[in-house]
Design a protein around this ligand. Structure first.
Ligand code: ASP
Ligand code: MG
Length: 417
């Protein structure tokens, strides 16, 4: 059995859905679990619905309607017969979304978020599965909310591995079958929908592969594989043919957007190779992430992380910042699910480079203000260079004015505004 994952960009239009079918047809002899993300920017759009609904603001109905129109425009091309069953399935999803939005929002924002946002993947998989059937690729649509079991940590749910493994093995019995399942979503013990963190569909692919002992995972992308930098940001990027699991974990940790950070660990544990291939050129080799040499070719890797903020925390009475303060500050980060990407300390203050989350950061700041003096500046960017050389960094830093820089023998990091 192989696991394939198709992200939002690969199903953003009818052409994309047709292309998935073409790729699947290239793998006639394999059993496949096909993990699919929400179409295009649907998750972002659903996030907006959540915001509007939660704050009882105007406009959620229009937003929902535009998401509906978008999916209909794709379906109308793929299924010209308007009585196709898929229309009913999709309509049912929007009916459920409308029902949710008509009730009074519960207090727990993250619970509501997961309840609503998870429908993006239900929609995309309904459409992909129906299209595959339509053109004669027999397949089974699976509901990840019944199979991927998690705790109640909404928006960042942790997987219950043993339970999930039992359920997936029960649902996926035919080693030659084709199964279509949603990425990113699951459910807790009460069958409330949960999500695994933004861009979590790669992780779902890894979960499925781990639980089923799959032969490999392939992530199909709009790039030829993993490059040594995002080509939209950096010039002269090269394709990395091979990356070790350990190197991939490091790259993902620092924000290389190609693979979701949590994806690699389960695969490494069971030694399941991860391929990253181009959905536009499926025959091309791509990148293989496996248990082997760290990088092939051995080149510096560049990572840019945007939407960062620089938070400075100091004691109100100019006392030294000591372990006691730091543990209190980190506990507060943990409480609001804030990820710290870089730190720097002086005697009386600590600087943290964090992800700027528009919902949780304001709450974090309120909380910290009760005990510390703080300053906060968003719109920062964190650059990380792995396997750098002094010469390379001279060049790299020429047009940048870092307000923080830090290095180890392997990694060079800077923060700029
Ligand atoms: N649709 C989800 C997101 O956009 C999950 C994913 O794309 O992997 O975050
Ligand atoms: Mg997505």
């Amino acid at each position: 059995m192989k696991v394939f994952k198709f992200g939002g960009a690969s199903v953003k239009d009818p052409e994309g859905v047709r292309n998935i079918a073409k790729i699947i047809q290239l793998y006639q002899d394999d059993g496949l679990v096909v993990v699919v993300s929400a179409m295009g920017k649907t998750t972002n759009a659903l996030e907006e619905v959540v915001q509007l609904y939660y704050h009882r603001a105007e406009g959620y109905a229009e937003k929902l309607e535009s998401i509906r129109q978008y999916h209909y425009s794709i379906m109308e091309e793929l299924f010209p017969m308007c009585q196709h069953l898929v229309y009913e399935e999709v309509e049912h999803v929007f009916y459920q979304l409308k029902l949710i939005c008509q009730t009074k929002p519960e207090a727990d924002y993250n619970l509501i978020y997961d309840r609503i946002v998870s429908y993006g993947e239900i929609l995309s998989t309904r459409i992909v599965s129906a299209y595959l059937s339509e053109i004669g690729i027999e397949n089974t649509w699976l509901d990840a909310r019944k199979l991927i079991k998690t705790d109640q940590n909404y928006r960042f749910a942790k997987v219950n591995w043993s339970f999930t493994e039992i359920l997936l093995k029960q649902a996926i019995r035919n080693a030659k079958g084709r199964y279509v399942i949603q990425g990113f979503i699951g459910s807790d013990d009460n069958y409330h929908s949960t999500t695994l963190g933004r861009e979590g569909s790669d992780y779902t692919a890894a979960i499925a592969a781990y639980c089923l002992g799959a032969e490999s995972v392939t992530i199909w992308k709009d790039v030829p594989g993993v490059l040594n930098g995002d080509p939209k940001v950096f010039e002269n990027t090269v394709l990395l043919r091979k990356i070790s699991f350990t190197e991939a974990i490091e790259l993902a940790y620092y924000g290389a957007s190609v693979i979701h950070p949590k994806t690699i660990q389960p695969l490494k544990q069971k030694n399941i190779p991860l391929m990253v291939k181009s959905f536009a050129r499926p025959e091309a080799e791509g990148t293989e992430i496996q248990n082997g040499s760290s990088l092939e070719p051995m080149v510096p890797c560049f990572i840019r992380k945007t939407n960062q903020a620089v938070l400075n925390v100091s004691t109100t009475d100019l006392a030294f910042i000591v372990e006691e303060h730091l543990s209190q500050i980190y506990a507060t980060f943990h409480r609001y699910g804030i990820r710290v990407n870089l730190t720097q300390n002086t005697a009386t203050s600590s600087t943290f480079v964090i992800n700027h989350d528009p919902v949780n950061v304001p709450m974090l700041l309120e909380d910290l203000k009760m005990h510390f003096t703080i300053s906060y500046r968003p719109e920062a960017t964190l650059f990380t260079v792995r396997h750098y050389s002094e010469k390379l960094m001279d060049e790299f830093l020429r047009d940048k004015h870092p307000i923080i820089s830090q290095s180890t023998p392997v990694i060079y990091q800077i923060v700029v505004f």
